[in-house]
Design a protein around this ligand. Structure first.
Ligand code: SIN
Ligand code: FE2
Length: 208
C-alpha cells in the first residue's frame, strides 16, 4: 500500500492492515482489555471525564486524572502491571517507526458513538526522537491535525479501519484530535465504535 506524506514527518498508510490482520489485532486487543480493563481517564485539575475509555499494554501506560497526565507501570484501578505488548503491535512499530528501539507503551482508546478527542499534543514522553505510530480499527474517524502550535491552521482526514498514521520528526509534536466518528462505517467491531492504538517510546534509550 502506498504511503502518503501529509506534512513533513506525518505519514499516512491507508489500508496498512488488511481485514485478516485487523481481526488478528482486534483479538489481541480484546485479550489486553481482559487483563487490563478499560478505565475512564479524567482531566487534570477539573476531574472531568474524557469521552473515550482507555487501557494500555507494554511496560508503561499513559493515564490521566487529577494528579495530571503521566506514564506509569501499573493500571490506575487494579494496580496490576500492564499486559505485555502483543507481537503484532511490535511488528507494526518495526515496519513503520524507523526507530532502532522498541516501543514501551501502547495506549488503547475506545471510542463509543459520540466520543471525541480534543486537539492536543503527545508530549508526556522524554524521547521525542521516536515517532508515535497510530493504528485504527472499527468505525472511520475524522482525524484533525495542525502544526506544532495550537493556533496553526488545521486539516482533517478520515482514518478508516486498518489505516496507520505515523507522526515523527518535524510532525512529532503536532496538535491532533478526533472530531467525530462516522457511525456504522465499519462492521469490524460488533458493538460499533472505534479502537485507536498509539505506540510510543517513552524513555530515552540508554547510551551503550
Ligand atoms: C490520540 O491522540 O491519543 C488518539 C488519536 C486517535 O484516536 O486517532
Ligand atoms: Fe494523541
Amino acid at each position: 500500500m502506498t504511503a502518503l506524506t501529509l506534512a513533513p514527518g506525518l505519514v499516512y498508510h491507508p489500508g496498512y492492515l488488511d481485514r485478516a490482520a485487523q481481526h488478528g489485532l482486534l483479538a489481541a486487543v480484546r485479550e489486553v482489555m481482559r487483563a487490563a480493563p478499560l478505565f475512564t481517564p479524567r482531566m487534570p485539575r477539573t476531574g472531568r471525564p474524557f469521552s473515550v475509555r482507555m487501557t494500555n499494554c507494554g511496560a508503561l501506560g499513559w493515564v490521566s486524572d487529577e494528579g495530571g497526565y503521566r506514564y506509569q507501570p501499573t493500571h490506575p484501578d487494579t494496580g496490576a502491571p500492564w499486559p505485555a505488548m502483543p507481537a503484532l503491535l511490535v511488528d507494526a512499530w518495526n515496519a513503520l517507526a524507523r526507530y532502532p528501539h522498541p516501543p514501551e507503551a501502547c495506549l488503547v482508546n475506545l471510542y463509543a458513538a459520540g466520543a471525541r478527542m480534543g486537539l492536543h499534543q503527545d508530549r508526556d514522553e522524554e524521547d521525542f526522537a521516536a515517532p508515535v505510530v497510530s493504528l485504527s480499527l472499527g468505525d472511520t474517524a475524522l482525524f484533525r491535525y495542525g502544526g506544532a502550535e495550537r493556533r496553526a491552521p488545521t486539516r482533517s482526514i478520515k482514518l478508516a479501519s486498518g489505516d496507520a498514521i505515523v507522526f515523527g520528526g518535524p510532525a512529532r509534536l503536532i496538535f491532533h484530535g478526533i472530531d467525530r466518528l462516522l457511525p456504522h462505517s465499519s462492521d469490524l467491531l460488533q458493538e460499533g465504535g472505534r479502537i485507536n492504538l498509539t505506540l510510543r517510546r517513552v524513555t530515552c534509550p540508554k547510551k551503550a
